[in-house]
Ligand binder design. Structure first.
Ligand SMILES: [Zn+2]
Length: 285
């Protein structure tokens, strides 16, 4: 089951709303005419991509009830039939966690998207690191999406025909893959080099591609947390910089991190965990 508030609000909540009777995804123009935006359409493409082939084939033979409303839709969760109006977020969360426990599929995904062979323990560390190193939900979500390959750069957008070229927004020369945008691009290199002395003993300009993409193997406390937090900030700002074709400046990066520090301090005070907070941020000047 997938729930997306925006798609629901535009009356896209059943497979037949996005798949035609031939089993193909409906035309982009239809989605645009219903008020959906680029991100909505990318979400629909993601959903379409994971629908089993047999279901798509069945779109023609099934007796589709296009007038049914979402309230009458029922779901089977842990063997119990529940209508959407009676479903709770706890029901959904439990169902999702059960599915995510299939480590094998995550392992395969990591291999396909990132061309890396990680052990189950390493995958656990990589996925938990954003939660360990920052309280920022924006950074956690960004890294989670990145690990799942659903942060879209020109490399991906061109495959969907949403942009004319896959060229990197900064240098305009190379395919804008994750590795190029976040690590190899000559413009990106100047950003990392500008951050070389943010921490005395850890030079961010010499990090490997794997360290930038998955985080550095450092203790999940104090300075280790801070360094991995900073990596996420730099990657997020590089990604956002694509839109204006301007990479983030060091001042921009520092002010974003200063802001995160203030926000984390508020949370730390409300959670009575100021010593952990101070331990992490004492290395930030
Ligand atoms: Zn480039």
């Amino acid at each position: 089951m997938v729930y997306n508030e925006r798609l629901h609000s535009k009356d896209f909540f059943r497979l037949e709303h996005i798949i035609d009777r031939n089993g193909d995804i409906k035309p982009v123009n239809l989605f645009l005419s219903k008020g959906l935006n680029l991100m909505d359409i990318l979400n629909i493409r993601d959903i379409y991509g994971v629908v089993p082939l047999s279901w798509k084939r069945d779109m023609n033979s099934s007796n589709l009830d296009t007038n049914s409303n979402i309230e009458s839709t029922t779901f089977i969760i842990k063997g119990n039939e529940i209508t959407l109006e009676n479903i709770t977020s706890r029901n959904v969360y439990t169902a999702l966690v059960t599915r995510l426990s299939d480590v094998v599929s995550v392992k395969e995904k990591m291999k396909n998207i990132h061309k890396c062979n990680f052990s189950e323990d390493e995958i656990g560390i990589i996925f938990n690191r954003p939660r360990w190193c920052t309280l920022s939900s924006i950074l956690r979500e960004f890294q989670f999406k990145l690990l799942h390959g659903i942060v879209y750069t020109n490399h991906h957008l061109q495959m969907f025909n949403f942009v004319d070229t896959n060229s990197c927004s900064f240098c305009n020369k190379h395919d804008g893959t994750y590795q190029h945008l976040f690590y190899a691009c000559e413009v990106t290199r100047t950003v990392w080099e500008g951050c070389n002395n943010l921490f005395g003993d850890i030079d961010l300009s010499t990090l490997s591609w794997e360290e930038i993409q998955f985080g550095i193997d450092l203790p999940n406390k104090g300075k280790g947390q801070l360094v991995n937090h900073v990596l996420l900030v730099i990657k997020l700002l590089l990604f956002l910089g694509r839109k204006t074709k301007q990479p983030p400046t060091i001042l921009h990066i520092k002010s974003h991190i200063d802001h995160d520090k203030v926000e984390e301090e508020k949370l730390a005070i409300s959670r009575n965990s100021t010593s952990l907070h101070l331990n992490k941020w004492e290395n930030w000047h």
